[in-house]
Design a protein around this ligand. Sequence first.
Ligand SMILES: NC(=O)c1ccc[n+]([C@@H]2O[C@H](COP(=O)([O-])OP(=O)(O)OC[C@H]3O[C@@H](n4cnc5c(N)ncnc54)[C@H](O)[C@@H]3O)[C@@H](O)[C@H]2O)c1
Length: 336
Amino acid sequence: MEFIQNVLVTGGSGFIGSHLVCSLLTRQPQWRILNLDILDYCCSPRSLASVQHEDNYSFIQGDVCDQRLVSHIFNTEDIDVVFHMAAKTHVETSFVCPSEFQRVNVEGTRVVLNAARQAPHALRRFVYVSTDEVYGGSCLQVFDENSPLRPSNPYSATKAAAEYLVHSYWDEYKFPVIVTRSNNVYGPRQYPEKVIPRFVSLLQANKKCTIQGTIPKSRHFLYVDDVIEAFLLVLAKGAVGGVYNVGAGCEVPILQLARELVKMVQNVPDTQLNNWVEFVPDRPRVELRYPMSSEKLYQLGWRPRVPWSEGLSKTVQWYKSNPDFWPSESEDTGPV
Ligand SMILES: NC(=O)c1ccc[n+]([C@@H]2O[C@H](COP(=O)([O-])OP(=O)(O)OC[C@H]3O[C@@H](n4cnc5c(N)ncnc54)[C@H](O)[C@@H]3O)[C@@H](O)[C@H]2O)c1
């Protein structure tokens, strides 16, 4: 990776983005890291407080859809690598304002791709951070990178649309793109609209975990450090034009997740765990599970390092130690 000097992370103030920025600054101190982020409601300046004064870190507050700003960055900063992760990410909200998801996730990706391709300095890698949700749900079929995309909500539809744009730049221009599709990422600092921090926040406020619908659902979880390792690996060794699933094979039923968190936060005996769980009405269609093979990434040498019990306990511990990091929990019933 000798060719890398300047790395642009879009959405670098968000949950995964802030972990990536911190990790890059620690592990590659010779690289300059630029973070372009609009600072949406899901960000806290505290996420990057520890690095904000580093000489090789720059923050630019702005919109990925702002063509003039994005072109200016590419025209002046000699960007070698982009991790494009700025996005609207909350599935439930995507039903309420799909056009904003389309604007940021699709148009924003087009703007960044176009500016990157037209930059005077040749970009070496454009890593597009996508999601397993582009496959849609499945009960039995295990998706690999060649499986058809069948997104089933406005969020995943916009992520899939953006992927098609990214692939078109490879097909048409041999622009050096790589796409990652990861499972549900969890860890410290995640905004409490996503299921794990939402359950923890509810429990910390002595409220029940609300689960949508009574049909058993599960999700595959991946600790944030493991997804960062995957990004760095595909940057170093991934084939340009390629897609890489990133999954730890850690499938957890949502009811089990709620019970584990009740135990950790409320510290009640097993017989009382269900008293802290409440079922609420579901959307008409909710994917039951997203099974996926990450064999291609394993062949590059990636292995998830953080077991579920360790990742969950680190995460809960962080929320216990930082109860005021996010505003108190909302009544939102969340994405599962
Ligand atoms: N969290 C997951 O489980 C998961 C799983 C797979 C893929 N992803 C993808 O990873 C990426 C990061 O996800 P996350 O969980 O960190 O999300 P997040 O919601 O925490 O962060 C998204 C970031 O994008 C920024 N942003 C939003 N609109 C913007 C705009 N118009 N211009 C500039 N910045 C803007 C936000 O301010 C925020 O910092 C997203 O692309 C998401 O689709 C997330």
